[in-house]
Design a protein around this ligand. Structure first.
Ligand code: HEM
Ligand SMILES: *[C@@H]1O[C@H](CO)[C@@H](O)[C@H](O)[C@H]1NC(C)=O
Ligand SMILES: *[C@@H]1O[C@H](CO)[C@@H](O)[C@H](O)[C@H]1NC(C)=O
Ligand SMILES: *[C@@H]1O[C@H](CO)[C@@H](O)[C@H](O)[C@H]1NC(C)=O
Length: 347
């Protein structure tokens, strides 16, 4: 990250640079937080996205350093937008979904049963493409990659812009249902162009998730014991099928941990702090791929330089648990990292 330091020596000439230094104080504070400013961003194509980033992190994810309902919904939304991509439909010359932001344009997609729970995030993101004169796909998928960072522990996912207008309304019945069989779910991921290994990395986003509609008697139950933290507990807890109060196990997630098609790739993410780093990297690669389904990356611009830094769990775990399985987060260290790295978005 860029850190400009103003050094004032006691010469007359240098006084001018000291004065100039005062004028840029505000800018330097933002830079010191690790959050790139418009001036820090080198690619002109990416500069306008700094304001969109701030609207999403500051206004929509409110307390920008934390994983809240809107951030969790934005992650799921990026999957439901992109996950209707279909190689077989594409080969047949039919509408094939993809990461195009159609949710923000077609009024009916969010009303489908499979998309229940995303009405709020869609309503919040909908005005942004017109307000900032960018495509719906760019807004939706920037929101998704920012949301991952809003959940402490979440990695930087390479983030591209330049998607064109929405291609088509998402085809129906292509988002996997939790009651589908594991082979059917895996077939569907393959038809998206997503491998089992990538799918098992992506499913770890259920570390920051709640359910409302699978079983309404357990509305708001989470999928692991730490829904505010982007950690690998989801994998180990689901594998053990522990019964924790307020935690819900999706049939498909329990299946991934057991089924011969998926369990080896799933189990790669059951482990310790170093496993957390492996998962974060693989998740980031798989999410990047997901956010580009149906898009031609050669026509897009990599704007990853606008993203804030990640909050590494290795920096915020309780000292005694270094390297242990499922290390616990120290709340004081977490708060200090949020204040340090997300300052401009905190209210
Ligand atoms: C086999 C594939 C998947 C199935 C069957 C599945 C199923 C579900 C279900 C049933 C919910 C709860 C919805 C509700 O009742 O409110 C949920 C939530 C969620 N899913 Fe998935 N999911 C899958 C894959 C993914 C992927 C690939 C991602 C992202 C990379 C993802 C991200 C999320 C998130 C973040 C939530 C929480 C949303 C919130 O708290 O509002 N899921 N998923
Ligand atoms: C919006 O962006 C397009 C290019 O993507 C440009 O041609 C157009 O002039 C812009 N409109 C406004 C109002 O800035
Ligand atoms: C679930 O959480 C939402 C806020 O996110 C709240 O409005 C709702 O009342 C909660 N439902 C239950 C059953 O706790
Ligand atoms: C998980 O545990 C519940 C009871 O808590 C049990 O009903 C269910 O069969 C278990 N599922 C698996 C896949 O082990």
């Amino acid at each position: 990250m860029h850190r400009s330091t103003v050094i004032c020596s006691l010469t007359i000439a240098a006084l001018f640079s000291c004065v100039a230094g005062v004028a840029t104080l505000e800018k330097r504070q933002a830079s010191d937080s690790g959050i790139p400013t418009v001036d820090d961003v080198t690619n002109p194509v990416c500069k306008p996205f700094v304001a969109i980033r701030d609207a999403i992190m500051g206004d929509i994810f409110h307390a920008g350093g934390r994983c809240n309902d809107n951030a969790r919904a934005a992650i799921r939304l990026s999957f439901h937008d992109a996950g209707t991509f279909s190689l077989s439909l594409e080969a047949a010359g039919e509408d094939n979904g993809g990461a195009d932001g159609s949710f923000l344009v077609d009024p009916d997609e969010v009303l489908r049963t499979e998309n229940n729970g995303m009405q709020n995030i869609v309503a919040l993101l909908k005005p942004l493409p017109e307000r900032f004169n960018v495509s719906a796909g760019d807004v939706l998928h920037l929101a998704g990659t920012l949301a991952v960072l809003a959940c402490p522990g979440g990695p930087v996912v390479n983030t591209y812009v330049g998607r064109g207008p929405v291609k088509n309304v998402n085809p129906h019945n292509l988002i996997p249902d939790t009651h589908d069989t594991i082979p059917n779910i895996i077939d569907r991921f393959n038809d998206m162009g997503i491998s089992v290994r990538e799918a098992m990395a992506l499913i770890g986003s259920h570390t920051c998730a709640r359910q409302r509609f699978v079983d309404q008697a357990f509305a708001n139950d989470t999928f692991d014991t730490t829904p505010e933290i982007w950690d690998i507990r989801f994998y180990s807890e689901t594998k053990r099928n522990e019964s924790d109060p307020g935690v819900f196990r999706l049939p498909s997630d329990l299946g991934f941990a057991q089924n011969s098609l998926t369990k080896d790739d799933y189990n790669r993410f059951v482990g310790s702090l170093s496993t957390q780093e492996d998962w974060a990297r693989e998740y980031a690669d798989a999410h990047e791929k997901m956010s580009l389904l149906g898009q031609d990356v050669k026509t897009l611009t990599d704007c990853t330089e606008i993203m804030p830094e990640t909050i590494h769990l290795r920096d915020i775990t309780v000292t005694s648990s270094g390297g242990a399985v499922d290390p616990a987060v120290d709340p004081g260290k977490l708060e200090a990292e949020i204040q340090r790295t997300r300052s401009i978005w905190l209210q």
